[in-house]
Write a protein that binds this ligand. Structure first.
Ligand code: ADP
Ligand code: MG
Length: 486
């Protein structure tokens, strides 16, 4: 299917083309026709599935222009407000539509000035309610969108939202998007939506096939070494490393910095200004590696993240999906890499089941393997480099004292030293060992199931903890027989 089938106006097709969108995502495919027909709608789809365009495109298609604020989008945070308004601006500008962003912490006057010029406003609930209640603005939008509704309720914005709707016209078209559908969301939907249609993108459709998912089995004490080796080997463009706790983020940031990487930590409790600054330097490539907790990375939208690393397994499948969705965006390919300890293998199975995808087990490359790959790259680079006159002069000077082959050896040693791979040769478990552990986990699961009949629900925890010691022993015992697949 292509975007042509929606019969959008020419200016909009132009914008879609400029954005580089080739085909509609599942939520766009399902939601756009419903919205164009004028229905209220409730949409459930994960982050990164293209919800902004799913509501933005049909709304812009139906907007007339020249009548003040025609569309209002409410989002939970200032950062999301900026992201969403950037995206809507892209779609609207070819049709001459203006977008304004409304959030707290900035002066009222300039914001109000912009709102008065705008056709689309993207607002956070607090400031918007403030402006409406104090009658600093009156708006009469035909289209109202509640984006990331579950997040807004989590942040305690329910009262503000209800209050905002008392200022909005009754004959509006209302759309609500949420990643999850808890009961309060359904109740709110009944209050603000009018016979809504619903669009649900199931888990299977959600998993982005542009993301390759892999896992590596390592002992806990090997995580740092494993991470460095993998970064060395994969040479990511931009990457995000996820940790479970802030404490871990801090420790890992200092460690990676000490190893010469350009890293930045992203905290949930960072000040907004600082957070935006950090994200901007990541987008601009001044920082190559982001180290973050789940909370801190919510909604983070950077297009060219090539790799996501799970330093630790995430707590649940939802956060796994959210984490890996930070890569493979906007049609790019991405790789999601999870480090697991032997006793976490069955969590991998559970995640695979929940997200409807396979995680490929791989072996961490040895120092030798990384080194020879880097040497290959280097040879390629040398053969492709253009000789400069000053280089010719330099070799001439050297030739007075040293023969030409020795000069070549010296130069090669110099460049090789710069790309030397550090760390121990073998990190983590080999393929054979991993297969053995997976097999054992399966058998254990069967046994657990039989034993659990009279024991209630606590079995899986006890079971997995009990096995971890065995896993460790087999790892060191099988060191010599490690079987490499690549
Ligand atoms: P969500 O709101 O569901 O989290 P976004 O609307 O922020 O997702 O979209 C995520 C990314 O995917 C954005 O960078 C957006 O530009 C891009 N995107 C959306 N739809 C498409 C599409 N049809 N083709 C290619 N990229 C898309
Ligand atoms: Mg969104």
């Amino acid at each position: 299917m292509t975007f042509n089938e929606f019969n959008f106006k020419e200016t909009l097709n132009q914008a879609i083309n400029d954005a580089g969108f080739k085909e509609p995502s599942p939520v766009q495919r399902d939601a756009i026709p419903i919205i164009l027909e004028g229905h209220d709608m409730i949409g459930q789809a994960q982050t990164g599935t293209g919800k902004t365009a799913a509501f933005g495109l049909p709304i812009i298609q139906m907007m007339e222009g020249n009548r003040g604020v025609e569309a209002l989008v409410i989002v939970p945070t200032r950062e999301l407000a900026m992201q969403v308004s950037d995206e809507l601006f892209r779609f609207g500008k070819t049709g001459g539509f203006k977008t304004a962003t409304v959030y707290g912490g900035t002066p009222y006057n300039r914001q109000i000035g912009r709102i008065n010029q705008a056709n689309i406003i993207v607002a956070t609930p607090g400031r918007l309610q403030d402006l409406l209640k104090s009658k600093r603005i009156t708006i009469n939008p035909k289209f109202v969108v509640l984006d990331e509704a579950d997040e807004m309720l989590d942040m305690g914005f329910l009262d503000e939202i209800k209050n905002i709707f008392t200022f909005l016209p009754a004959d509006r078209q209302t759309l609500m998007f949420s990643a999850t559908m808890p009961k309060q969301i359904k109740i709110l939907a009944e209050q603000i939506l009018n016979s809504p249609k619903s669009v649900i993108i199931t888990k299977k459709e959600r998993t982005n096939t542009d993301i390759t998912q892999k896992f590596y089995v390592v002992a806990d004490y090997e995580r740092d070494d494993a991470l460095l080796r993998l970064i060395d080997y994969k040479n990511p463009n931009k990457c995000i490393i996820f940790c479970r706790m802030k404490k871990e983020v801090d420790r890992l940031s200092s460690y990676m910095t000490s190893q010469g990487f350009k890293v930045a930590a992203l905290h949930g409790d960072m000040e907004q200004k600082q957070r935006e600054h950090t994200i901007r330097s990541f987008k601009q490539g001044l920082v190559e590696i982001f180290i973050a907790t789940d909370v801190a990375a919510r909604g983070l939208d950077v297009n060219d993240v090539s790799h996501v690393f799970n330093y630790h397994m995430p707590f649940d499948s939802e956060s796994y999906l959210h984490r890996i969705g930070r890569t493979g965006r906007a049609g790019n390919k991405g790789e999601a890499i999870t480090l697991v300890s032997p006793n976490e293998l069955r969590t991998i199975k559970r995640i695979e089941k929940d997200v409807g995808a396979t995680l490929i087990s791989e072996v961490i490359p040895t120092r030798q393997e990384v080194q020879s790959r880097k040497d290959d790259d280097l040879l390629m680079k040398i053969s492709e480099t253009e000789v400069t006159p000053s280089a010719i002069d330099m070799v001439k000077t050297l030739q007075h004292d040293i023969d030409i082959v020795t000069i070549a050896h010296l130069l090669a040693t110099m460049v090789q030293n710069e790309i030397g791979v550090k760390g121990k040769d073998i990190i983590g478990l080999g393929q054979k060992e991993i297969e053995l552990l997976i097999e054992r986990a399966k058998n254990q699961r069967g046994r657990d199931r039989n034993n659990s009949r009279g024991r209630g629900r606590s079995r899986s925890r006890g079971g997995s903890r009990g096995r971890s010691g065995g896993g460790e022993r087999s790892r060191s015992g099988n060191r010599g027989s490690r079987n490499r697949s690549n």
